[in-house]
Design a protein around this ligand. Structure first.
Ligand code: ADP
Ligand code: MG
Length: 259
């Protein structure tokens, strides 16, 4: 896609599913003031799988929460598609989150008294919307939960619980799925299953996925990795390999004294 720019020659306009511009987020004040994000500008390409990496406390969760409309910010702007989040009322923001965004939390956040299927359809039940059964079936097949839908979370392994959380995020056909360390609590095999599901949802359905991870192998499932340190984007890598990411992380230890 190209667009004519009033200030110069025709330039390719990248399609972003979501984009932060000069985004800052300050927590607290005075002695407890923490700049969690310091003028971050980053775009998450449409139908792309982006990983966010960086040391603990570098602002990864804050960035995702702000871009997903789960948390307010101090300055700058966030766009989801062509909608500016700052221009929305609380009600409009809730609706946008519900209709266009799926979120996978690190701690699964499943309700223990509900079955796997009930957990997956809960957000739609709350919104009073009937699921698209065909889509729901395909999501459940993709995450490999077909035989376990009547199980409660305690009857499922960690990997399966996290796949329920992924299915719940995908069930309402969101444009973008945000996942905060979705494999952080999983062994490598269960982690690979969850990562495969996320990657499939990009490849097969053209969804956009943004994932925080500490793990270079998890990051290698992504199309692109952006690295945060001290609330700023400090580097990025396209078509990451686990070895390449590991090498870059080692160089950060020297450049930013991160560990
Ligand atoms: P990460 O996900 O990379 O570990 P976070 O985004 O959680 O980092 O946190 C970034 C910085 O903001 C950290 O210094 C953290 O302590 C601080 N922070 C995060 N949430 C809050 C909060 N609710 N109140 C005060 N400080 C916070
Ligand atoms: Mg975090």
């Amino acid at each position: 896609m190209t667009t004519a720019s009033p200030t110069g020659p025709r330039t390719a306009a990248p399609a972003y599913a979501a984009r932060a511009t000069d985004l800052s987020k300050v927590h607290g004040q005075g002695d407890t003031r923490v700049v969690a994000l310091d003028r971050v500008s980053v775009g998450f390409g449409q139908s792309r799988f982006t990983a966010i990496m960086g040391p603990s406390g570098s602002g990864k969760s804050t960035l995702m929460h702000c871009v997903a409309g789960l948390d307010g910010f101090s300055s700058g702007s966030v766009r989801v598609g062509d909608v500016e989040l700052g221009s929305l009322t609380d009600r409009q923001l809730t609706r946008l989150r519900r209709d266009r965004i799926g979120f996978v939390f690190q701690a699964f956040n499943l309700l223990p008294t509900l079955t796997a299927l009930e957990n997956i359809t809960l957000p739609m039940d709350i919104a009073g919307r009937a699921p698209d059964e065909e889509w729901l079936d395909s999501v459940i097949r993709t995450v490999g939960l077909s035989g376990r839908l009547t199980h409660r979370p305690a009857q499922l392994s960690g990997g399966r619980q996290q796949r329920v959380a992924v299915a719940r995020a995908l069930a309402c056909k969101p444009d973008i799925v945000f996942a905060d360390e979705p494999t952080g609590n999983l062994d490598s095999r269960a982690g690979a299953e969850v990562l495969g599901c996320l990657r499939d949802s990009v490849r097969a359905s053209g969804r956009t996925v943004v994932m925080v991870t500490h793990d270079p192998v998890a990051a290698s499932y992504a199309d692109r990795v952006v690295f945060l340190a001290d609330g700023r984007i400090v580097d990025e890598m396209d078509e990451p390999t686990a070895d390449g990411v590991l090498e870059l992380m080692k160089s950060f230890d020297v450049r930013f004294r991160t560990s």
